[in-house]
Structures are given as structure tokens and as C-alpha cells.
Write a protein that binds this ligand. Structure first.
Ligand code: PNW
Length: 552
């Protein structure tokens, strides 16, 4: 269990008033000492308490210590989200639409990647996915039944501009599909929250100039695509995200090679790629493309359309592995290599010093003009977060293919206790207190921005092998949301300006390299019949927000 050390400071200011007398005002402020707290599971909870609190389909998770986070301070029934808080569910085009060869959609790097044997664990793809391309009415009815305020989805660039480039033709059928979706959402009273790029790069751009690796061409093509999107939908869409998780596009796509286009130095995985430089180049292109799109929005559309635009970054909290100064510094470095890599240029004006120091000229540099374009290019902070790592300093010199700031990441404490229950996904451990700390850290580093949580959720151990009845009663996921929503409420009470919460995901869908077998949905999807059935978690998330939001 994590303790937040509460320090109350009283400052007195004495001023001379006009008549020469003195007046003293005192101000009391309370800070919670977050970074300096080392999370150690302090109490073993009796097993029967644990079983009451949480039922897991995998009995080995019934280890009392792993549920310690459930004894976090609970915010309680009186908590209220403000009336304008946007809550709902999130999805992404390639993960749900299917219909990959219909109505003029161009091929993407993910179609290609999934067709390459060995890249997706169960050899599935997004070719049919949830068939959402044909089910706009059904999906929006589901959202309406859940009572959401907003729905986060992404546009498939290659439905709108099949070849992707700035001189390539626009596909009216692609525009028509998203018009249908947006109009149906609005008719149901649901706010559309749209992402321009959720990883499905038009394949033609990868073939033409290596996609994200080309920092000259890619930003120009993205700018034109963004302009077409704002022109077509900006009269009705008021919440924009340029890129989803540039960290993943860059490091997973060009570093570790486990996402499209699969480039990496690891020759066992891929014949081409260079982990020591390509992720940093890809990230640089994304920052420039993002900034150009925001500039277009601000100069050509924002005044008349009146929306907000930002990027959404993913980050998982890094807790120092021990109390040592080295581990504390390592945890900060890990966060800098994770999120400040993108957030510092956007909110503060340049890459963090720790990246410049470790990467030298492998990290591209911004010209003064580019810096000015990138700095301030977000109306809010978009955040996706799922888990937490324990971070230990690494003494040896960093390897050339190190992407994380020369640290050792752990998923268990030094005494062997896991940091939290593991989800189905190998990287996902349930650690709600980490989200609270992350939100406070970002709030502090970026001077109290509005933070829009645009993704949070989990997979359930072994879910794909459960009977339908078991699967629909997803108590593991309900408990994930209980813990994380409590952490969101605690962070709001800490003073962090959180403006939205989107559960990932509305539907079980194509979970990238983990295929269709890893489910993140609050709604069950039968991938043969495309039938959708709400799980217990959908009812939980929906009743949570209904009970805790101030009515307009
Ligand atoms: C995010 N990892 O991706 C994405 O935005 C979603 O499309 C995705 O379905 C969701 O989280 C759940 O995974 C991630 O390997 C994918 O560390 C993989 C990782 C992290 C985030």
C-alpha cells in the first residue's frame, strides 16, 4: 500500500498598508510527497478479504499482497465529476472496422504486417475485426444504451485518401462513412472525440518514402490529410487528437519491431531496420507532422469551428525500485524517455536533456523555426495509461539500442511480490496508485494542463478460453476499473485538472500483435457472427459515471 506523506506548510506575507500599518496574511498549502515515497506492500490482507474484494479467473492471482492496492483510500459515494466531464469508450479504426478492401479503402502498413507470417500471435488481422464499418447504427445504439457523453474513435487515413499523399485523390466514400458515424453519434446526443492517426499508415507512403522515417515528406502529407479531415468534419467534431501514442508507433514499430512496419535491428525478427536511430527519427517526424496539423487547424479552422486539438501520449508510471538516489533518478529518466520525449517539445519547447545526453546525434534536432512551431501545439494534455513499472538504475553504459533511458524495469518488488495482478497482456499489471502518481507528476511538470484521459482499461487473464457466461461476468475488469477510477478521483481531489475518461475499449477488438484472442472490450464480440453483448464491466463503468457526475 502506498502512503502519501502529507506536508502542510504555512507561509506568512507581511505588507505595509497605505496608512503605514503592517498587515500579515498567512497561506496554508498542503502537498503530498509523491516522488519520494517508495511503494512497499506493507500489509498482507487476509485471503478471505481478498476473495470478497476480487474474484479472478486465475486462482494463482489470489495472493493477498497483490491486492494491496484495493486498500488505497477510497474516495467514496459523495464524489462528483463536473457536469462537463466527458466520459465514454474508445476504439480505433483498424481494430474495429474490418471491411479493409471495401469502398475504396487503401491498404495500410497493418494489413501488410498481418499478412506476414509470424507477426500476429494467432495469425488473425483486422480484415473483418468487429465489422463496425457495417454496424454504425448498432454501435451507436450500444453507446447510447451505456449512456456515454462521448465516443473516441479514429479515422482510417487510407479510407479518406487511399494512397495517403498530398497530391493523391480523396475518396468520397470514405468521407461518407465517417459522416454517417458522426451524424449518428450527434443524433444520439454523443460527443465525437476523433483521432486522426491510430497507427494505420497508408501503405503507399511506406513504399514511397519509408513513411515515418522521412521527416520531410511525412509531415507534409499528414498536414494535407488533416486539412481534408477538418474541412470535412470540423463543423461537427470539436475534439481532435492528431496522433495516438507516438511512443508505440516509434518504439514498437521501428525499435522492437513487434508492431507495423516491424523494423528493428533484431535480424531474427526483420531483415531491415536500425533500433539505434529509427525510433528517434520516427518520433521526430510525428512531432513535426503533429505541429503542422495543429497549425493548420489554428490558422484555418479554429476561429470558425471552435474546437480543441492536441496529441495523445501514452505513459505508464515508473516507481523507483528502491529508496536509493540512483533509482529515483532512473525513474525520472524512464518517464522522460517515455512521455517527456514528446511532451517536453510540445509543452516546454525541446527534447529533455537526458535524451540529448544519452542519444547524442542519434536524436534529431529541431531548427529554431521547428521548435517554435512545436512549442505550444496542444490545447490540452491527452493521456493513455494502463500500468506501472518498478525502475532500477543500470550502472553500465547504455546500449546503442536502449530505448528506455538505461534502466532495468521490474514487475515485482525485490521480495518477489508482484507489483499488481497481471492481466492477459504480458505488459499489463493492475496498479491503480501508479496512475494517481503519474497524473500528479504530469500536472506538476507541465504546469497544470487540462488532462484528457483518452484510454485506460485491461485484458482479463485467460478470457478468450472462458465460457461465454464466465466471460460476461468480468469481475477482474470490473475491479480494474474500480481501482483506476478511484485513482482518477483521488487525483482530481489532489487538484489535477482531469477533463475526460475513456475506457479502452467499447468492444473486444483486434489487439494488434496479440490478435483477436486478447480481449479489452467492455462489450463481448463474437468474431464470427459479430454479435455484441455487454459485459459486467460495461454496466459498472456506465453506472459509476451516472452515479458520480453532476447533472447539467
Ligand atoms: C494502446 N505495449 O496500445 C492502444 O492505443 C490501443 O490501440 C490498444 O488496443 C490498447 O493500448 C491496449 O493495448 C498499446 O505493448 C499496445 O506496451 C501495446 C502496448 C502498449 C499500449
Amino acid at each position: 500500500m502506498v502512503n502519501y506523506k502529507k506536508t502542510t506548510t504555512t507561509t506568512s506575507t507581511t505588507i505595509k498598508t497605505a496608512d503605514g500599518a503592517t498587515k500579515t496574511t498567512t497561506k496554508t498549502s498542503t502537498v503530498y510527497d509523491r516522488l519520494r515515497t517508495f511503494a512497499t506492500p506493507e500489509s498482507a490482507i487476509p485471503l478471505d478479504t481478498v476473495n470478497r474484494l476480487m474474484t479472478s479467473p486465475r486462482k494463482q492471482y489470489a495472493d493477498a499482497n497483490t491486492y494491496a492496492h484495493l486498500l488505497e483510500p477510497q474516495v467514496g459515494p459523495s464524489f462528483k465529476y463536473p457536469a462537463d466531464f466527458l466520459w465514454g469508450f474508445a476504439t480505433a479504426s483498424y481494430q474495429i472496422e474490418g471491411a479493409v478492401a471495401e469502398e475504396g479503402r487503401g491498404r495500410t502498413i497493418w494489413d501488410e504486417f498481418c499478412d506476414t507470417p509470424g507477426k500476429v500471435i494467432d495469425a488473425t488481422s483486422g480484415a473483418t475485426a468487429c465489422d463496425s464499418f457495417h454496424r454504425v447504427t448498432e454501435d451507436v445504439a450500444l453507446l447510447k444504451a451505456y449512456g456515454v457523453k462521448a465516443y473516441r474513435f479514429s479515422f482510417a487515413w487510407s479510407r479518406i485518401i487511399p494512397l495517403g499523399g498530398r497530391d493523391d485523390p480523396v475518396n468520397p466514400l470514405g468521407i461518407a462513412y465517417y459522416n454517417r458515424l458522426i451524424d449518428t453519434l450527434l443524433a444520439a446526443g454523443i460527443t465525437p472525440f476523433a483521432t486522426l492517426y491510430h497507427w494505420d499508415l497508408p501503405l503507399a507512403l511506406a513504399e514511397r518514402y519509408n513513411g515515418l522515417l522521412n521527416s520531410e515528406e511525412f509531415p507534409k502529407d499528414f498536414e494535407r490529410y488533416a486539412r481534408v479531415v477538418f474541412q470535412s468534419f470540423g463543423d461537427r467534431v470539436k475534439h481532435w487528437l492528431t496522433f495516438n501514442e507516438p511512443y508505440c508507433s516509434s518504439k514498437l514499430g521501428y525499435g522492437w519491431g513487434n508492431h507495423a512496419p516491424g523494423r528493428t535491428s533484431d535480424r531474427a525478427k526483420n531483415p531491415v531496420g536500425d533500433t539505434s536511430v529509427e525510433p528517434w527519427r520516427a518520433g521526430h517526424s510525428i512531432l513535426l507532422a503533429h505541429a503542422r496539423a495543429v497549425n493548420v487547424y489554428r490558422t484555418e479552422f479554429q476561429a470558425t469551428q471552435g474546437g480543441k486539438i492536441a496529441i495523445t501520449l501514452n505513459c505508464d508510471w515508473g516507481e523507483p525500485y528502491s529508496d536509493s538516489e540512483e533509482d529515483k533518478a532512473a525513474a525520472v529518466r524512464y518517464l522522460e524517455f517515455y512521455v517527456a520525449w514528446f511532451a517536453d517539445p510540445i509543452f516546454l519547447g525541446d527534447y529533455p536533456e537526458s535524451l540529448k545526453k544519452q542519444l547524442g546525434n542519434r536524436l534529431p534536432a529541431f531548427s529554431e523555426e521547428e521548435k517554435a512551431l512545436v512549442k505550444g501545439s496542444a490545447d490540452f494534455f491527452g493521456l493513455n495509461s494502463y500500468t506501472t513499472r518498478l525502475v532500477e538504475n543500470r550502472d553500465a553504459a547504455p546500449e546503442l539500442d536502449d530505448l528506455d533511458g538505461n534502466v532495468i524495469q521490474h514487475t515485482a518488488y525485490s521480495n518477489g511480490t508482484p507489483i499488481g495482478p497481471r492481466a492477459e497482456s504480458v505488459w499489463l499489471f493492475v496498479v491503480p496508485w501508479g496512475l494517481r502518481k503519474l497524473l500528479n507528476w504530469l500536472d506538476n511538470r507541465y504546469d497544470h494542463p487540462d488532462i484528457f484521459l483518452t484510454e485506460n482499461g485491461c485484458s482479463v487473464p485467460n478470457e478468450n478460453n472462458l465460457t461465454k457466461e464466465e466471460l460476461l461476468n468480468d469481475q477482474f475488469r470490473v475491479n480494474f476499473y474500480k481501482g483506476y477510477l478511484n485513482a482518477v478521483q483521488l487525483a482530481i481531489n489532489d487538484g489535477v485538472k482531469i477533463k475526460s475518461y475513456f475506457a479502452w475499449s467499447l468492444l473486444d477488438n483486434f489487439e494488434w500483435a496479440d490478435g483477436l484472442q486478447t480481449r479489452f472490450g467492455c462489450t463481448y464480440v463474437d468474431f464470427d457472427t459479430f454479435e455484441r453483448i455487454p459485459k459486467a464491466s460495461a454496466r459498472f463503468v456506465s453506472s459509476h459515471f451516472k452515479a458520480h457526475t453532476i447533472e447539467e
